[in-house]
Design a protein around this ligand. Structure first.
Ligand SMILES: [Zn+2]
Length: 117
C-alpha cells in the first residue's frame, strides 16, 4: 500500500468507518515511504528541527478519529500541516471541539479556529 498516493504525500491519513453518526472503526496510517523523518522522543532529549514529532502527528490523527476536521489556524493541533521540529499538545481548540461533540452538558465554545463535521 502506498499512502503517499492516497493522500498526495501527506504525513498520515485516518480512515473512518461509521454506522450513521457512530464511528465504528478508524485506522491511522503513517507515511514512512516518502522520506519523512519522524521522531518519537527516544533518540535524544530534544526534537531535531528537521523531524516531525510522531506523538503530535498521532494526536492530530486521533483528533480526526474523534470527529474533528482541520483547523484554519496555523499552530493549532488540528491545522492542516504540522511543522517540522514542533511539538503540538492537545490545545484548547481541540479540547473545545471534543467537548462540543461528545459532552451533551458542555456549554462552552466550539473549536475557535477549527471545525467539526
Ligand atoms: Zn489532518
Amino acid at each position: 500500500m502506498n499512502i503517499a498516493n492516497q493522500c498526495n504525500d501527506c504525513l498520515a491519513i485516518t480512515d473512518k468507518a461509521s454506522n450513521g453518526n457512530t464511528f465504528t472503526q478508524f485506522t491511522v496510517k503513517v507515511n514512512i515511504g516518502s522520506g519523512y523523518a519522524f521522531y518519537d522522543g527516544t533518540q535524544a532529549p530534544s526534537l531535531p528541527p528537521n523531524y516531525f514529532d510522531l506523538a503530535s502527528l498521532m494526536r492530530h490523527e486521533f483528533g480526526h478519529s474523534l470527529g474533528l476536521c482541520h483547523s484554519n489556524a496555523a499552530g493549532l493541533l488540528m491545522f492542516t500541516n504540522l511543522a517540522q521540529g514542533q511539538v503540538y499538545p492537545i490545545d484548547n481548540d481541540a479540547a473545545d471541539g471534543d467537548a462540543f461533540i461528545y459532552n451533551p452538558s458542555y456549554n462552552g465554545p466550539g473549536p475557535t479556529g477549527g471545525c467539526i463535521p
